[in-house]
Every structure is written in structure tokens, then in C-alpha cells.
Design a protein around this ligand. Sequence first.
Ligand SMILES: [Zn+2]
Length: 446
Amino acid sequence: MPDMYTKIPSLFMKIASIFLLLFSILAQAGTINDIRISQSNGLTRLIFDLSKKADHRLFPLSNPDRIVLDINNGVLSSRVENKLSTLSSGALAKVRTGDRKNGIRFVLDLKQKVKAKSSVLPPSGKYGNRVIVDLSYGKSTNFSTPVKTADNILNIKRDIVIVVDAGHGGKDPGAIGKFKIKEKHIVLSIAKELAKRINATRGFKAVLTRSTDIYLPLRTRSKIAREANADLLVSVHADAFTNSRARGASVWALSLSGKTSEMGRWLAQQEQAADLVGGISLDDKDELLAEVLLDMSMNSTIQSSLNIGERVVKKMDVVAHMHKDTVQQAGFVVLKSPDIPSILVETGFVSNATEAKNLGSANYRKKIARSIAEGIVLAFRETPPQGSLLAWEQQNKLAGSYVVSKGDTLSSIARRNSVSLAALRRANSLKNDAIRIGQKLVIPAP
Ligand SMILES: [Zn+2]
């Protein structure tokens, strides 16, 4: 008898758990409801309308040129299935799809080489969650007005994403210097200030790899950058050397020498390798070819890194003693993300008494962070990525505007927007630097 009583509940539990499992499978799958395309000068934009938020991943392949977009836990609506063969515009030749273990793969066949970038948008108005893929091609020097589309989707102006990485952390203290200063604490403080500065700049968004004293493996840092669709990864460090006279800050970008072993490791990571060379109609590509493709994207990424690094060196030079007045190159692991421009900033030597004292001061750390932020903002204002708010403003020859708030001065507004005080005065026909709270200022394009 006791048996009967125990068996019934356990059978009931089994059925209930099967139902629960079913529900959780159903709950995970989202639908790709629609794919829309908008076309402007040098930019083909695809908008994937999702029934719910889903992770995605975007990467390029060549020979022939194509872009792969994986959306996790998604299924196609019949509307999309019917529409697929008609999707073609600008740089986009056609869209193919295939099933993956946990989602859908889109292969975007191209008519020409593009720079691809993805971003996500939360629900707004009649639209739900969206994944936006921008294919930019040709020169962005054509400043004609973008084509107006029905739902004005071209007016999506994304922020430029800067991933700020504080080196070391947790069990890894980094360099230990004079006065028992630990690199991990110094760089976290600088990174947080840098992120704050970037977030305070219109058109920019910062993402920190760590905001507390935790240990992160190097590859986790570049993974965070990839998942954030970073336009730049900046890793903040401080040096130490046996000779306490060694001093000076420096900015580093990846060197091509020594890349092969890293590339090998990159490919060896099974999941990434599977995404790069596996999947539908990518399976004919061997590892050697994938390596060549990585090499190509690495080359152009390094050039961007050097350009951004040069601006950062210039701005840091104002507040810090610089080791060299150019960007230096080496094979740092954290920089080796093939598709994201990355720089590493050594903010000074904690083994040098003067610099340890400097870096130990919150005021000095703020100055350093501010100079790094200024260099980054300057570089992106000079060449804003397609699809960004800054690119949109430049293409439309639109200046931004700013409403003066408490504590602002004309020179602080000028600095934050990387324009000269004189240009800001001119754009607003100001005779002096007096401004009032609530006043609307025109921010000229730099
Ligand atoms: Zn370090």
C-alpha cells in the first residue's frame, strides 16, 4: 500500500517534468518574423525582426565574399521563407539560410567587398527586438542625403562602442610597484573613469570588461568585445621594471610578427573554428584558407588600431611623460581579436617612484583617463564607422546640438566634443564664453 502512494506522485512528477521541459523548449525558440532592407549611398542595411531577444554572431568570409549571421534559438516565419529569394539590394546579392544546432544561419552573398557591423535594438513603437546588419561599401565621402524609407529605418544611429578593459584583477595582481601599489587596482580605477568619460560623450557607449576586482582570462576579454560588437577594445595597464628608473607611458597595437601561432590557437578553438569554416556551404574551406582570411582582416584591423593609437598618444602626451611619441607594436594576446581594432595603454611604471606616486593619485588617474578618452573620440570623429550617429551627422553635414547644464563651461563642452573652443564660439556666434543653463548650443562637425 505505501508503495501505491509513493508511485502515483512520482509518476505525476515525471509527467509534470516532461511538460516543463516541453514548455522550456518552446519558450526558448523565437521567430524571425521579417527581414527588411533599406538602401542608401554606400550602405545596405538589413533589419531582422525577432519575436524575442536572441543572441547573434556576425563574421565575414571571402572567396567569394560573404557575411554570416547566426541567430540563436530562432526559427523562420513563413513570411521570411517566402521573401528570401527577393532580398537583394546594393552590396547584397542574395540571402541563404540553413539550420544550425541551436538556431539559424543566414549567409549574405555579396556583390562586392563590404565592412559588416551588427547591432541590436530593443522593442520600440510597432517594432519588437531587432538585429541590424549594416553592410557598408565604397567611399563614405559622398555626402548626399540618404534615401528616405517608409519607416525611416535609416535614422537608426548607433553609438560607437568602446570596450574598456582593465588589465589583470582578482588572483592576478599584475605589476606590483613602489608603495605596494598593485597594477590591478590602478588600472581598474582608470578604466572606470575612462568609461565614464566615453559614456558622457554623445554618440559613444562604453562597456567595461570588469568593474570589480575579479580575475578574467585574456580570451574572455576579447569575447566580451566581440559580443558587444565593439568598434574598439582598449586595454589599460601599468608597467613594472627591475630598473626603477624606467618610466613613461606608452600605447601599443598588435604586431603582425608572431601572429601565426596565435592564429593557429584561434582556429584551434573548436567552436570558433566550426563557425568560421563549418556550416552550410562553408564546408569546402580548409583551415589554411580560413587562416588567410583571418590574416587579411587582421591587417586592416591593425591599421585602424594604429590610427586610433596615434591620436591617443598625442592626447596622453599632454598629461603624461610618454616613452615614445608613436604607437609601438608587439604581440599582446588581449589585442589579438582579428576583427576588432584594439590598443593597449601602459599608463606608466609603478616601479618608478614618481610615476607610482602619480598613479596613486586619483586626480592624476582622472587626467590620464580623460586624455585617453579624448584621443579615442578624436579618432572616431575623424573617421566615424558607417551606421553610427557620427557618420550620419557627417553625411548630412549636420552638427549636433547640446543643451547647457549645471557645471558646464564652454571649454568643457568643447573638450568633450573634441572641437576647438574657437570653432564652438564661431558656430554659435558667441562673443565671449558666457553660457547659461538650458541654452542650446550647436556642436560643429570637427
Ligand atoms: Zn598589465
